[in-house]
Design a protein around this ligand. Structure first.
Ligand SMILES: Nc1ncnc2c1ncn2[C@@H]1O[C@H](COP(=O)(O)OP(=O)(O)O)[C@@H](O)[C@H]1O
Ligand SMILES: [Mg+2]
Length: 244
C-alpha cells in the first residue's frame, strides 16, 4: 500500500495543493515554517481522522475558513482507493471510495500509518495519559470494536458521574441504576484492559529484538502495563472484570 497523492484544501497553511508521492522513500525539504510538518500531519489526519499534535480540530482549518478538506488516493493490493475527510466547526465527515461512512470508527484504518515525530518523546517523558492515547490510537487502527468499546466506556463514565452527582444532591435516591452503570463500566474497562495487554505483548515481541540490536545486546527492553486495578497480564477477562 502507498499514498499516491494527497490534496489539501484550506488545510493549515495550504489553500489548495496536490502533493504526489513515490512508492518509495519521500523526502520533503523546505525553509522553516513552510508547511513540511503540516504535510506529515495531514497524512496522519487522513488515516486517523485526528491530528497527532492537537486535539482541537479547529487548528487544522486554514484561518478564516469554514472547513478543511483532505483527499487522498491510495494504491492498495486490490487497486486504488479514494479517501475524503472534511473537517468543519460542526464536525467531521469521512468518505471511502466516495461513500460516506456513518461512523468515523468505520473509516479509521482505511490506511494504516505510523507517525514518528519529536512529540513522541512525550511517550517516555510525559504523563500516563500520553501513553494511553498512543496505545488507543494504535489498537484503534486495526480494531473498530476497540474504538467502539472506548467510546462506550466514555459515555457510561459520564452517565455514572452525573448519576453520582444527582445522588449527592438527593435528586436521585435509587441505587440500583448506579449498580447497573457500575457493572457496564467495569465490563467495558475489562475489555479495554485486555486488548491493551495483548497489544503491549505484541509490541514487546517486536520491539525487544530491535532494541537489542540498537544497544548491541547490552540492554533488554521490557514493556510493562501498570494498571490501576493491579491485575497481571495473564489474568483472563473474568478476573479483570471481578477486579474492577
Ligand atoms: N490553521 C492554520 N491556518 C493557516 N496557517 C497555519 C495554520 N496552522 C499553522 N499554520 C502555518 O503553518 C506554518 C507552519 O507549518 P509547519 O508545517 O509547522 O512548518 P515546517 O515546514 O517548519 O514544518 C506556519 O507558517 C503557521 O503560521
Ligand atoms: Mg516542522
Amino acid at each position: 500500500m502507498y499514498i499516491k497523492e494527497i490534496t489539501l484544501t484550506n488545510y493549515r497553511n495550504y489553500t489548495k495543493t496536490t502533493i504526489p508521492f513515490e512508492n518509495k522513500v519521500n523526502v520533503i525539504l523546505g525553509e522553516n515554517a513552510q508547511g513540511k510538518t503540516n504535510v506529515m500531519e495531514s497524512i496522519f489526519v487522513l488515516s486517523m481522522a485526528k491530528s497527532h499534535r492537537t486535539s482541537n480540530d479547529k487548528e487544522l482549518i486554514k484561518w478564516d475558513c469554514e472547513y478543511a478538506k483532505l483527499s487522498g488516493i491510495v494504491e492498495k493490493h486490490r487497486g486504488p482507493v479514494t479517501l475524503d475527510l472534511v473537517i468543519s466547526t460542526k464536525g467531521k465527515k469521512a468518505k471511502y471510495n466516495h461513500i460516506e461512512q456513518k461512523k468515523l470508527s468505520q473509516y479509521i484504518g482505511s490506511i494504516n500509518t505510523v507517525m514518528f515525530a519529536p512529540e513522541d518523546l512525550n511517550l517516555v517523558k510525559g504523563s500516563p495519559q500520553v501513553r494511553r492515547k498512543f496505545i488507543d490510537m494504535e489498537i484503534g487502527q486495526v480494531s473498530p470494536v476497540y474504538m467502539h468499546d472506548l467510546s462506550r466506556y466514555q459515555k457510561i463514565l459520564q452517565q455514572r458521574n452525573q448519576y453520582l452527582k444527582q445522588l449527592q444532591t438527593k435528586k436521585q435516591t435509587d441505587l440500583s441504576l448506579l449498580d447497573v452503570l457500575t457493572l457496564q463500566l467495569s465490563e467495558m474497562a475489562a475489555k479495554i484492559l485486555k486488548k491493551r495487554f495483548d497489544f503491549l505483548q505484541l509490541l514487546q515481541q517486536w520491539a525487544e529484538p530491535i532494541h537489542k540490536g540498537i544497544s548491541r545486546d547490552l540492554e533488554t527492553l521490557k514493556i510493562e502495563y501498570k494498571n490501576s486495578i493491579d491485575v497481571s497480564e495473564d489474568a483472563d477477562l473474568s478476573k479483570m472484570l471481578e477486579a474492577y
